[in-house]
Write a protein that binds this ligand. Structure first.
Ligand code: IPM
Ligand code: MG
Length: 400
């Protein structure tokens, strides 16, 4: 009994700390500054963080494509690329930190980050069970919006997912408690401010792009307190956008309806808490052709980070096949990055080239093995299409 009492006291103390931290985070969110204006920056610094496994290789290909598109801007000194080394699992394991301090310091000196995949250790791995570098970076840079587009033109699918990126089941994912050997408790956190800012971003996006529908996804019928709050905030925010219709779905049936041909194309903008967004965006990416085809923008008011949503492909590395890894998702991230910092024309060209290469023309194919193209050849293929003065006309023709 006294043993239990001790465990309870320890758990209470742990919980107290967490509540204190989270209340402080709410205060920071309340006082948070305005959005950064890239037009006022000279230069805009793009940090390139390779990560683990196939990451450095596919990041290099994406960087080359961006450098090509921004050649004039780099020459004029308006854009600077900075390669940041050190966000590797070996380094992170050595200092037992999700992001080593010196690496984080370098990252914070940039304005936008292009990031390759990083190993996320779990129990049983040869690495210490440190927090995911992605999750840590999203929190450290307050990248509250994870924006993931998915398009399948032949099925009429044009989805834009807004995943809350700093709260939910993730914010305290490494801070659960083993109260006793038999009792483990994790925490999920949803705040009014955290929900408001992501839901508002989704509605803003819908309004700006003349999209008449926002879908809010929760499990508020079961997870009543936190998901309940998310839904209540959505109801409130929606009132500020009378021109945008909205509906709410539970995550289970939403996952089913994404593969229902009668429904799928009706969804357009989807906003949801962190873990549901993690799962649903992988499902959506698979519908598009696999997680290797999807890009992801992590956006905050001060920083933004663009990353592939797939993993580090350790098997490819072990088998010596890294050079055949598909760089499409990183290049797609590059297009999102360009759009985010105001190079909309360049971004559009890159998107068109990507679409032509992967969906229509398909002159070069990647198989992940030596019977297919290398990532470098594929990146070159995309670059050749970007260069094509007739690109837009060709793309238009494919749309007909
Ligand atoms: C993603 C990934 C990450 C996440 C992992 C690697 C921690 O799955 O970006 O979706 O769960 O957010
Ligand atoms: Mg995921």
């Amino acid at each position: 009994m006294t043993e239990n009492n001790e465990a309870i006291e320890k758990a209470k103390e742990h919980f107290g700390e967490i509540v204190k931290e989270q209340l402080e985070r709410v205060e920071v969110m309340k006082s948070w500054q305005d959005w950064i204006d890239y037009k006022e920056l000279d230069p805009i610094i793009i940090g390139v963080v390779g990560g683990d496994g196939i990451g450095p290789m596919i990041c290099e290909h994406a960087k080359n494509v961006l450098e090509f598109l921004l050649k004039d801007e780099v020459e004029k000194g308006r854009i600077e690329f900075r390669v940041i080394e050190g966000l590797t699992i070996e380094n992170r394991a050595k200092v037992v930190k999700a992001i080593p301090d010196d690496v984080l310091e370098e990252i914070k000196k940039c304005h936008v980050i292009l990031k390759g995949p990083t190993t996320t250790p779990k129990t049983g791995d040869p690495w210490p069970n440190i927090e995911s570098a992605n999750v840590s970076m999203r929190r450290e840079l307050d990248l509250f919006a994870c924006v993931r587009p998915v398009k399948v033109p032949e099925k009429g699918i044009d989805w834009m997912f807004f995943r809350e990126n700093t709260e939910g089941a993730y914010v305290l994912g490494s801070k659960g408690v083993d109260v006793t050997d038999d009792l483990a408790i994790d925490f999920k956190v949803i705040t009014t401010q955290g929900s408001d800012r992501i839901i508002r971003l989704a509605f803003d996006y819908a309004k700006k792009n003349n999209i008449n529908r926002v879908t809010v996804v929760t499990k508020a019928n079961v997870v009543k307190t936190t998901d309940g709050k998310f839904l209540q905030v959505a109801e409130k925010v929606a009132k500020d956008y009378p021109e945008v219709e909205w509906d709410d779905w539970f995550i289970d049936i939403m996952a089913a309806k994404l593969i229902d041909p009668a429904r799928a194309s009706q969804f357009r903008v989807v906003v949801m808490p962190n873990l549901y967004g993690d799962i649903l965006t992988d499902e959506a990416a698979q519908i598009q052709g696999g997680v290797g085809t999807a890009g992801s923008a992590n956006i905050g008011k001060r920083y933004a980070m663009f990353e592939a949503i797939h993993g580090t492909a350790p098997r490819m590395v072990e088998e010596g096949r890294s050079q055949y890894a598909d760089p499409s998702s990183m290049i797609k991230c590059g297009a999102m990055l360009l759009n985010h910092i105001g190079y909309n024309e360049e971004s559009k060209r890159l998107d068109m080239a990507l679409e032509i290469c992967s969906q229509y023309e398909r002159k070069i194919k990647l198989t992940g093995r030596s019977d297919g193209a290398t990532g470098e050849e594929y990146a070159q293929y995309i670059m050749d299409r970007v260069k094509d003065p007739d690109l837009e006309n060709k793309w238009q023709k494919y749309q007909e």
